[in-house]
Ligand binder design. Structure first.
Ligand code: FE2
Length: 379
């Protein structure tokens, strides 16, 4: 999309009612996993997260176990069911491991729940307040795409993660930090022709506005295509790109995701770092697998994106991609899926002024994904 069109598009959908839903940022991302103890080891030793909290049998929880992992401002919760009849089992059976909750920090849970459900959100958990020796913790949940939830969290009067959790303050001997600093964006995959429905949902229910959109001409290779629109919260602290499949000669990666996840869900979590070369060097050494583009991508890189501060040979060695927009440039790289089903993956991103999502890299990247789809027999 040309810049002028983009600005017009932004103006058209800029927030009208001044923020009926003020959001402070992503509070945490909860994953349902088959074996939280072992998944926690992976996120600690490979991604460098520190174990900071635990809830389970030892803390009086009888039906599930949860691990709290933190690095920079990123907080992940890994939860596994302990009993045969726990409803999370059905989620795991359907989706495999994946993102169950994208929790958002707010000042007023009651109001967030009321304002969103009034506008059409399906309420999943009514506002709840729990007080223990660490203070008062408030939450409420609504449903977004698929089985994914948004939980509103008010923790301003609470010390620690949440009631029922034991805080872990000692050094984590397994965690090997990689400089991951904050969540940049979280992408949702939805079904055919559902993207606009969900963009509208975020606009109407959550007070988000359209930030940028890409059509299938922007995002297509010889074989496959997708469409994407990015919605942002009033403050633009939270950005959620929404993808849907588009027609191509072969199967879109979005279709592949939806087939294996059995429905819409979170496709990737982009985490910002202040030094992508250092972060990706460590992540690679620690066993995180990244998608690779052909070396030809780097041959004329600076003629395409202009001068950059990072040595191109180092970017090429690691497979880091670069894209420029009017505001600056950004560097990005994508992991392979982090579970056996070809579903959730991560993006590592460093912004040097650039506000883009890597439009200039879509083609090279999707060709790399197609090579992986081919290996999986899913193209
Ligand atoms: Fe992304």
């Amino acid at each position: 999309m040309a810049q002028a069109e983009l600005v017009a598009e932004r103006a058209k959908t800029s927030p009208k009612e001044q923020d009926f839903l003020p959001l402070k940022g992503i509070d945490h991302i909860e994953f349902y996993v088959g074996n939280a103890k072992q998944s926690a080891y992976y996120y600690r030793s490979a991604f460098g997260f520190k174990l900071t909290g635990y809830a389970g049998l030892e803390t009086g929880l009888r039906d599930r176990a949860s691990y709290v992992l933190e690095q920079g401002k990123v907080r992940l919760i890994l939860t596994t069911p302990l009993t045969q009849d726990h409803p999370i089992n059905a989620m795991l059976n359907k989706h495999g491991d994946g993102v169950s909750v994208i929790a958002i920090e707010v000042d007023d849970v009651e109001r967030s729940f009321r304002e969103t459900t009034k506008r059409g959100a399906i309420g999943v958990q009514e506002p709840r307040e729990v007080t223990d020796e660490n203070g008062t913790y408030r939450t409420a949940s609504i449903r977004t795409y698929g089985d994914t939830l948004h939980t509103f969290v008010d923790r301003k009067n609470y010390q620690g993660f949440a009631p029922g959790y034991r805080m872990i303050t000692k050094d984590d001997p397994i965690a090997r930090p990689t400089g991951l600093a904050a969540v940049d964006h979280i992408v949702g995959n939805v079904g055919w022709n559902e993207m606009d429905t969900w963009v509208k949902w975020y606009e109407e229910v959550m007070g988000f506005h359209l930030f940028v959109s890409f059509d299938d001409k922007d995002i297509s290779t010889e074989y496959s295509a997708l469409m994407s629109k990015v919605v942002a919260s009033g403050s633009e602290k939270i950005k959620f790109p929404i993808n849907e499949p588009a027609n191509g000669k072969k199967k879109s990666q979005i279709e592949e995701y939806i087939e294996w996840y059995n429905g819409p869900g979170a496709q990737h979590i982009a985490i910002a770092t202040g030094n992508i070369i250092e972060s990706v060097t460590k992540l690679t050494e620690q066993g995180v697998e990244f998608l690779k583009v052909p070396s030809s991508y780097y041959q004329d890189l600076e003629s395409r994106v202009g001068r950059i501060n990072e040595p191109v040979d180092e970017l090429a060695k690691l497979g880091i991609l670069v894209d420029r927009d009017d505001d600056g440039y950004m560097l990005q790289i994508f992991t392979k899926p982090v579970e056996d089903r070809p579903t959730l993956f991560f993006e590592i991103i460093q912004r040097r002024g650039g506000r883009s999502f890597g439009k200039g890299n879509f083609k090279a990247l999707f060709e790399a994904i197609e090579r992986e789809q081919q290996l999986r027999g899913n193209l």
